[in-house]
Design a protein around this ligand. Structure first.
Ligand code: NAD
Ligand code: DAU
Length: 351
């Protein structure tokens, strides 16, 4: 079995590979990644020399490169993580999001259609997000039947890619599955996202920039629980179906930031106020979705998936990981990271 993993050097893709490459030595995993700012080959150190792991640098938005990979490896399964993933960057510069998330997904689907002579034993697994459903009010949950209503260029590009994947199933019978997941957190997450950004800024005594009033709610899932869910859907999910993934960990952003301050204080034997005093309310994100919350009854009932981490256990693990992995942290604080920090936060008005 040959599994082509796109975007396997990013946050979720590298957690996926670290979990499953050693566990399934009879499967060949090919990691196809452009190595954008969000990628880091250090994430894959533990598996880089395993015989069932291959790395190929390349761009899914370039059909010729995608074709070369299909010709060289003849994959049976595609697990498609590769994307531009950060909402704030999509607001500043949407073009890359259209190229990678829409054109890139289209190219992969076309390659499957062209190179899979029979669809027997083949699968295109599309990794997507709950942001395609837009924003919830104070109550309610996203189900697999919720209406698509994306707010940002990022979520609109992911919604477009979901539609293409579904269209290839309906039109060509391509064997596809889609998972739509809530906010992930855990090791190897690039510190532009809320949780690692707050941990690293707090450690450096920098402001902790909370958008708007901090009342927005996200539904947090530990990244390994997401990866296990994807694996179960690949194994047992029905072709053509969508599965929502989340673990009922709704938290207001301000509560998440306060909790991070408390955990850091515990781990470093400090006063939580040393960190909490850094909290700064800043100008809100345009089109900021108020609340996400996932109903994952379907994957739990039909496929038996259960998350292992609570938000408390997962967040503690995450804080410890960032404290204990200084080499990784230094490696991501490159020019690109500093450029983004200046661009998004440098002149941001107060909230
Ligand atoms: P990430 O930004 O950390 O990593 C993305 C990876 O894709 C990087 O390694 C990057 O180099 C690669 N990539 C980008 N453009 C590429 C291209 N044109 N060709 C090949 N590789 C390319 O993203 P992530 O947080 O790991 O998210 C992975 C997937 O999961 C995305 O599709 C995202 O939409 C989805 N998702 C993320 C979350 C979350 O909370 N992070 C939640 C739900 C769904
Ligand atoms: O819901 C799944 C999505 O979760 C994924 O599809 C995206 O790829 C992923 O980036 C994430 O999107 P969010 O926009 O929810 O994540 P982010 O970490 O950027 O922000 C989480 C919340 O925290 C959001 O309400 C905005 C807020 N925030 C974020 C940053 C970076 C702040 O208040 N301050 C910040 O500096």
């Amino acid at each position: 079995m040959k599994i082509l993993v796109t975007g396997g050097a990013g946050f979720i893709g590298s957690n996926f590979l670290n979990l499953f490459v050693p566990k399934y030595p009879h499967c060949i995993f090919i990691n196809f990644d452009k190595l954008t700012y969000a990628a880091n080959l250090l994430n894959l150190r533990a598996i880089e020399n395993l015989p069932n792991y291959k790395f190929e640098q390349g761009d899914i938005a370039d059909f010729n490169q995608v074709e070369e990979i299909f010709k060289k490896y003849e994959p049976d399964i595609v697990v498609h993580f590769a994307a531009e993933s950060h909402v704030d960057r999509s607001i500043v510069g949407p073009a890359e999001f259209i190229q990678t998330n829409i054109v890139g997904t289209f190219n992969l689907l076309e390659a499957c259609r062209k190179y899979w002579k029979s669809y027997d034993g083949k699968l295109f697994h599309h990794v997507s997000t709950d942001e395609v459903y837009g924003s919830l009010g104070k109550t309610g949950y996203f189900t697999e039947d919720s209406r698509y209503d994306p707010s940002s260029p990022y979520s609109a590009s992911k919604a477009s890619s979901d539609h293409l994947v579904r269209a290839y199933f309906r039109t060509y019978g391509l064997p596809v599955k889609i998972t739509n997941c809530s906010n992930n957190y855990g090791p190897y997450q690039f510190p532009e996202k809320l949780i690692p950004l707050m941990i690293l800024n707090a450690l450096e005594g920098k402001p902790l920039p909370v958008y708007g009033t901090g009342e927005n709610v996200r539904d947090w899932l530990y990244v390994e629980d997401h990866c296990e869910a994807i694996w179960i859907v690949i194994q047992k999910g029905k072709i053509g179906e969508t599965y929502n993934i989340g673990s009922n960990n709704e938290r207001r952003n301000i509560d998440v930031v306060n909790k991070i301050c408390e955990l850091l204080a515990e781990e470093l034997d400090k006063d939580p106020m040393d960190f909490k005093k850094l909290i700064t309310f800043v100008k809100d994100r345009p089109g900021h979705d108020l609340r996400y919350a996932i109903d994952s009854t379907k994957i739990k009932k039909e496929l038996g998936w259960q998350p292992k981490e609570t938000f408390e256990s997962g967040l503690r693990k995450t804080v410890r990981w960032y404290l204990n992995n200084k080499e990784w942290v230094e490696s991501v604080k490159t020019g690109e990271y500093r450029k983004w920090m200046e661009e998004n936060y440098g002149n941001r008005a107060a909230g």
